[in-house]
Design a protein around this ligand. Structure first.
Ligand SMILES: [Zn+2]
Ligand SMILES: [Zn+2]
Length: 173
């Protein structure tokens, strides 16, 4: 997905996210959360129950969905149900010279599951490789490993997590 398309999609994601949050804060899901608790007790807390709200973009050519938002009402054991998020932050990539933006746990080309790309160098689904067909595009100093520290072209070791960027796997934008 191109960066522009992803950013457009993200406008919807933010809107849906805000709306669900507001409904939750306003108590609109009270009936559902009560019911979840009841069901939880009835099945003796053997499962963790989630009621999920998702935004997906389906590509008919790829025959795959890109999940860009998951907000879930979760419940486990005796705890009261709570709202949780299950999304990977977006990352920019250079795939055969084209900029792509997708959640960081999927392949920017085929959208298959592919997390921890600096450790697992090859997409398990389509086989493209870090440093070859695909590179992480770094146009901010944010560390792609911990997303808290900073990395720079002349200082590729993160000041927070100590992760050292493999220069062959990134493109400095
Ligand atoms: Zn792939
Ligand atoms: Zn870091």
């Amino acid at each position: 997905m191109h960066e522009k398309e992803f950013n457009k999609l993200n406008e919807l994601v933010e809107m849906v996210n805000d709306k669900i949050h507001k409904l939750y804060e306003d108590g609109e899901f009270l009936e559902i959360t009560k019911k979840i608790k009841k069901v939880n007790l009835a099945i003796e807390n053997v499962c963790n129950i989630t009621v999920d709200f998702q935004v997906n973009a389906f590509d008919s050519k790829k025959e795959k969905s890109l999940r860009v938002l998951t907000v879930a009402i979760c419940s486990a054991g005796e705890e009261n149900p709570y709202l949780a998020y299950g999304d990977a932050s977006p990352e920019k990539y250079l795939v055969d010279g084209n900029i792509r933006k997708v959640p960081h746990d999927v392949c920017p080309d085929c959208w298959g599951d592919w997390d921890f790309k600096f450790k697992n160098h090859q997409c398990p689904e389509c086989g493209i490789e870090m440093g070859k067909e695909v590179k992480v595009l770094l146009d901010t100093a944010t560390c792609p490993n911990c997303e808290k520290g900073n990395v720079y072209l002349n200082k590729p070791k993160c000041d927070k997590c100590g992760f050292e960027i493999d220069m062959s796997m990134v493109h400095w934008g």
